[in-house]
Design a protein around this ligand. Sequence first.
Ligand code: ZN
Length: 160
Amino acid sequence: MIAEKNKVVSFHYTLKNVNGDEMESTREREPMSYLHGANNIIKGLEKAIEGCEAGAVFVVTLEAEDAYGTRNEKNVQRISKKHLKGIKKIVPGEVLNLQTREGPVQVTVIKVGRFNVDVDGNHPLAGQQLTFDVEITAIRDSTPEEKEHRHVHGPGGHHH
Ligand code: ZN
């Protein structure tokens, strides 16, 4: 069985940035599972996995556009502290979940002033070239329910 649309693919990965620093890894936990062809994972990685069989091992380097996208400086914003009432600790590097008119947004605090806070709404890995060390551990057919929900249920997937 190969990785293609509507298959559930499980894989281990180690993610490194351009300097070779390890950013994330699944090696110490259960592999990640996703529904192929449903935009569950970044497109460059999905493309690299497409057509592979269980047991495949490979390394793929993705430019920012194929990974978490390029940085948009418009996503760096100064907000008034009065909008952050109820958040006790605001320090640089802290990730905050803000409620906006467009829904919840995750931002990283860059700078804390007396009245304002500068936050960055870009994904922390945006603008970076990334290397994935991948090992495909299993591939199976998805259930009708998984196809309908557009995500995987059970180990490594959604629990609900
Ligand atoms: Zn579901």
